[in-house]
Design a protein around this ligand. Sequence first.
Ligand code: NAD
Length: 294
Amino acid sequence: MQIGFIGLGHMGGPMAANLLKAGHALTVFDLSEAALDEAKTAGATLASSPRAVAETSEVVITMLPAAAHVKAVYLNDDGVLAGVRPGVPLIDSSTIDPATARMIGETARARGNPFADAPVSGGVVGAQAGTLTFMVGADEALFETLKPVLAGMGKNMVRCGETGTGQIAKICNNLLLAISMIGVAEAMKLGEVLGIDPNKLASIVNTSTGRCWSSDTCNPYPNILPNAPASRGYAGGFGADLMLKDLGLAVDAARQAKQPVFMGALAQQLYQSMSQQGLGSLDFSGIIKLYGAK
Ligand code: NAD
């Protein structure tokens, strides 16, 4: 299939490489020369704008930092919608707010182009391994059409509902993850200070009602889990600044819906504080440093 891919960063670069490996032909665009050079070496054809990408593609995928970039890439004069042929499906895998996803979706549909929001989980490791999970906002027919394309980059494809619901799933999951990580950090540090062996505490939590992904797979206390970021100085993993971005999306969406997110708003402030202290590039489990962990 002739696929257009725009946004070749930490996630988009390896996703595009996997599509090439799966046998698709790729036309790509990015603002970064280095990212373009890498894609060219991997076998992609370079284009001069999002519009030029879209003109020759049977499906277009975007993987951009935030909503402002997505709006520009789709809606500008040299954007995707200016060049794409009617009927060609569009997939945005960036993590953005559901309202922007719906707006782009409506604009695209008015031109005759089906649009799906399909944010991912799995991080850079999942993007490289081709094991991402896609949370897809699309009608049934579009979802079925897109599945074979997404299968070149991921292992799980979940249809969440209509346009925008992929983003809703993504930001609600990350809201919960941010809060659960803070809870585990608070409990682990309190246990240590009160005098229980942290390894003992973690093993009890992990067979008790406090167990969650943040306790049994990514425990923030150092040297509980050898493969967790906490056991290598919080390097790698999911950066606190990326979590802060996702929390901002969740808190903003909640504000628009007039739905309280008491814990989410507090979590946002805690990650903001972590970022202010220059720790934003560490894995988000480094939030335990706010409790006095080294
Ligand atoms: P990134 O900053 O590494 O890459 C973004 C790319 O988009 C860059 O190469 C940049 O040059 C390009 N770009 C920006 N504006 C552009 C424009 N107008 N036209 C063309 N290219 C443009 O970001 P990333 O880590 O790859 O993340 C991409 C998206 O995926 C984000 O929304 C992020 O929240 C989400 N996400 C990231 C991770 C992760 O672990 N990194 C995990 C899940 C989801």
